[in-house]
Design a protein around this ligand. Structure first.
Ligand code: PMP
Length: 328
């Protein structure tokens, strides 16, 4: 048999996209839902568990959706324009990287403020895309980075802050895209969605789009056990980057959710590692947190035969210098 006899369709690869993209920004969204057959078997799950792999976004995280949407929405409203407005955002996480690719692609200058302790990989990714990184003293934490961003905005006449924790475009874009994709790809069979809560945009947007559409559909947030403020505990330090900011942001509508589950850092890492080892899907730590919470539901008789979707916000490689890789 020669190579030319092989039939591409037999390999089950994705079909061609049937189009050319004029900008990297247009490649955002449309991420795949993927089953985890080996986890399902090993844990004897009652439910069908699917992961929504947000690392298929252009810069590898769920935040690409809001990075693109917050900038495009402000542009449409005439609040910002390329070459004039300087974008300023305090973030030590994926949001900076997501804003950076859109800023570069659309011709904006971007200043990201972050505490000194933020990982070198992130700083370098930002600089690679020509963002300006301003480090603030680590003893002041995120509050220091936020204060510095406000100072810069005061100093600059044409500066604008996308403001992921307050901007209503954040939950809105998840309702318009993330939620609609889950609905379309499961043909409406989705019964439960589990999403980690950072800004709360993902969980809120999905809940507000899908719950009115199907009676009994549930959407659960997930927060770190070590900082379970939505369950009435005190904020505390934890290692699940991207979730558990220690306050309740304006972009999180807790009333729209069916509850907020908790996962410890240890459980999140264990779940993320099992996902990589058993099903070949190396996810980030917050994905492990949502996966752990979803596995607990999927084992229950109550969820027998239901379709549960867990959001996997990012890829393991973004956490190379963290405890996800300890001992490896
Ligand atoms: N996980 C990771 C890795 C993230 O970067 C984020 C975004 N902060 C989340 C989860 C949570 O998403 P959201 O802000 O929409 O609640």
């Amino acid at each position: 048999m020669s190579v030319s006899d092989l039939d591409a369709a037999k390999y089950g690869f994705a079909a061609p996209r049937g189009r050319v993209y004029e900008s990297i920004v247009d490649v955002t969204g449309g991420t795949p839902l993927v089953a985890v057959p080996h986890l399902t078997k090993e844990d004897e799950l009652q439910a069908r568990l699917l992961l929504k792999l947000e690392f298929f976004n252009p810069l590898g995280s769920v935040k690409d959706r809001i990075g693109a949407a917050m900038i495009l929405a402000a542009e449409k409203e005439g609040r910002i324009s390329p070459g004039r407005t300087v974008l300023v955002e305090p973030t030590s996480g994926n949001t900076g990287i997501s804003l950076a690719f859109v800023a570069a692609a659309r011709g904006y200058r971007l200043v990201v403020t972050m505490p000194e302790g933020a990982s070198i990989e992130r700083r370098r990714m930002l600089r690679l895309m020509d963002a300006q990184v301003e480090l603030t003293p680590s003893r002041l934490g995120m509050a220091g980075a936020i204060a510095r961003a406000h100072e810069i905005i005061e100093e600059m006449p044409d500066a604008w802050m996308p403001g992921q924790f307050d901007n209503p475009v954040n939950p809105h874009i998840h309702a318009l895209t993330t939620a609609e994709e889950i609905w379309a790809d499961t043909d409406g069979a989705v019964d439960v969605v589990v999403a980690g809560v950072g800004t709360g945009g993902t969980a809120t947007g999905i809940a507000e789009c899908l719950k009115p559409r199907k009676k009994g559909l549930q959407v659960f947030g997930v927060e770190p056990t070590e900082s379970a403020i939505l369950n009435g505990d005190e904020p505390g330090p934890h290692g699940i980057q991207g979730i558990g900011p220690g306050f309740c942001p304006a972009t999180l509508h807790t009333k729209s959710l069916d509850g907020v589950l908790t996962t410890s850092e240890r459980e999140a890492i264990a779940a993320a590692r099992r996902c990589a080892r058993l099903d070949g899907i190396p996810v980030g730590i917050s994905s492990g947190a949502s996966l752990h919470a979803a596995l607990q539901l999927a084992k229950k008789d109550e969820y027998k035969g239901k379709t549960i979707v867990a959001i996997a916000p990012s890829f393991a490689e973004r956490y190379l210098s963290t405890s996800l890789f300890n001992g490896l």
